[in-house]
Each structure stands twice: as structure tokens, then as C-alpha cells.
Ligand binder design. Structure first.
Ligand SMILES: [Zn+2]
Ligand SMILES: [Zn+2]
Length: 300
């Protein structure tokens, strides 16, 4: 998709969300939040520039600025040469619409696993916290992801899918990634949608909103990226969401520690979270140079 087409599509998504939220629900839209941004929405913008503009114009080089990026490209290159046929490849349907289902599931499961790890391993939480520092839901929140997290997730997908299906051709992945991005944007809008019974299958905006709650018991749950079935299967649905899903629309968002929130809502967020120095800093934090009580990086 050309840059012009994807930009026009993005603009129409924002306009559509605006009319839905303001017209139907009387809630603030992403456009309104980004036009008059508070600290949280301001911190979203550099991430949008990095991922939506930087990556498109600059190609692969930003990926090389951190170790996992090199690994990502290296594994991708090796897989292209090895042409490994995974055990499930022979039973994959040939119809592209049917093929999309197992591919989507295989893409989503490693994301669920890495997301759980991001919350439970303090070293990884340090990177993921930048996503949770947002105090407002906007479509742009989906881009608010540390480069390191982006690579952990992509690497997990690449390895898992290769083990199952063998080397996956990019032309299969591309439409799937477009679907994934569309769901990701929908989840980060403030639409009070729960999808009814369909919410047991696909993670709704309400389901993900509760994951952005500042209450740790809400936040350390509802990990689904696309399919909520993983959370239902592994018992990681927030208890409050089970009993009162509509409460997700009003729960306070962000981190429970103001010092951490201020740290991660700085405009230099992408710089804080993408450079190799960040790994070193996170390593030092994890290694106990700062106590848990004083470190903003370990607050969960
Ligand atoms: Zn999370
Ligand atoms: Zn999110």
C-alpha cells in the first residue's frame, strides 16, 4: 500500500471514530484528544512519527539500532534460505480466506505469551510500561510501543510461525498484519463496545480498555491482542471485567505511580525506549542498583 493510500486510510479511520464517539456516545474522540493534547496524548505523537512515518520513509535501518532488530533481520534472512517446511504446512487450507484463520491464530498466540511476559518480568515491564502510561485512549496508543517490545513480539511471531508452518512468505503475512493493525486501532479507541458473545472470541475496545486501567489487578489481565480466547482459555480475564464489563468504560487509566507516569509520558519517549542504552539502563534497574520502592521502572 502506498504511503498516500495508507495516510488517507488512517485519516478516514480518525474521522470515522470521531463521528462515532462524539455523535453516538458523547465521548471525546482521538482527534479531539490529539488536537488539544495533554501530557499523555503528546507522548503518543513521537511514536506515531517513528512508526508511521519513520519506518515507512527510512526502511529497515531503525530496526538495526537495537540488538533484537539485528536478530530479527538475521533470522528472517536465514529462514529465506533454509525454506524450512513446518509440520502444519501440509494441512493448511489453500483457500486464502480459510488460511487467514490459522495464520491469525498462530500470529496472535506468541503475542499473547510475550504480552504476559512483559507484565510479569520486571526487565520486560520496563519497556512495556511506556504503553501503559497513557491516561487517555486514542487510536495512536497502539503505536506507543517501545522498539524493544516491538522486536520481542515480532521475533516471537517469526519463530512460532516458522515452527508451525515453516518459512512464511511475506505476501501471506501482509494482509494479516493489516487486519491486526485495524483491530489494534479499534481496541485503543474509546468506543464502549464489548462485542456481546463475540467478545469471547475477539478482544473488544472495552476489554482492552480495562487492560489499560491504573489498578494492577485489572491491568495484569486481559492480555489479548486479537483473540480474547487466550485469556478465557488460560484464566487471565480480569475478575472485574467478568463480573461488570461495562465498568471498563469508566476505570481510571495509566500507571498507579505518578512518578512513573510522568517519566514515560515525556515527549522523548521513543528515545528513552529504543536506544541500546535503554537496555543497559533497564539491566541496571533490574540488577538492583535502585530499590524497587524508588525505581519508576519496576512499578506494576
Ligand atoms: Zn499490557
Ligand atoms: Zn493497549
Amino acid at each position: 500500500m502506498s504511503i498516500l493510500a495508507s495516510t488517507l486510510l488512517l485519516i478516514s479511520v480518525y474521522i470515522g471514530e470521531h463521528f462515532l464517539l462524539v455523535g453516538l456516545y458523547g465521548r471525546k474522540s482521538s482527534l479531539q484528544r490529539l488536537i488539544r493534547p495533554n501530557a499523555s496524548a503528546k507522548a503518543d505523537l513521537p511514536f506515531v512519527l517513528l512508526y508511521e512515518v519513520g519506518f515507512r520513509w527510512l526502511g529497515h535501518w531503525p530496526k538495526l539500532i537495537c540488538g533484537p532488530g539485528i536478530l530479527y533481520l538475521g533470522v528472517g534472512w536465514a529462514l529465506g534460505w533454509l525454506e524450512f517446511a513446518g509440520p502444519a504446512q501440509s494441512i493448511l487450507p489453500t483457500d486464502p480466506w480459510l488460511l487467514a484463520i490459522p495464520v491469525l491464530l498462530a500470529l496472535d498466540f506468541p503475542l499473547y505469551v510475550t504480552h504476559v511476559a512483559m507484565h510479569r518480568v520486571p526487565f520486560l515491564w520496563r519497556f512495556h510500561a511506556v504503553h501503559h502510561a497513557a491516561t487517555e485512549m486514542t487510536i495512536a496508543n497502539g503505536s506507543r510501543v517501545a522498539l524493544a517490545e516491538y522486536f520481542f513480539g515480532e521475533l516471537a511471531i517469526l519463530l512460532f510461525m516458522t515452527l508451525i508452518f515453516g518459512a512464511v512468505r511475506p505476501e501471506i503475512i501482509l494482509p494479516i498484519l493489516i487486519v491486526r493493525n485495524a483491530i489494534d486501532m479499534l481496541q485503543h479507541s474509546d468506543l464502549p463496545w464489548h462485542f456481546g458473545p463475540g467478545g469471547y472470541v475477539v478482544a473488544s475496545p472495552g476489554f482492552h480498555r480495562m487492560h489499560h486501567s491504573s489498578r494492577p489487578e485489572d491491568r495484569n489481565a486481559n492480555y489479548a491482542n486479537i483473540f480474547a480466547i487466550w485469556d478465557h482459555l488460560f484464566g487471565t480475564v480480569a475478575p472485574r471485567y467478568r463480573s461488570a464489563p461495562l465498568s471498563a468504560s469508566d476505570c481510571p487509566l495509566g500507571l498507579n505511580d505518578p512518578a512513573s507516569a510522568a517519566h514515560y509520558n515525556r515527549i522523548v519517549g521513543p528515545l528513552l525506549c529504543t536506544l541500546p542504552a535503554d537496555f543497559l539502563e533497564a539491566w541496571c534497574q533490574g540488577g538492583g542498583k535502585h530499590s524497587r520502592a524508588t525505581s519508576p521502572f519496576l512499578s506494576q
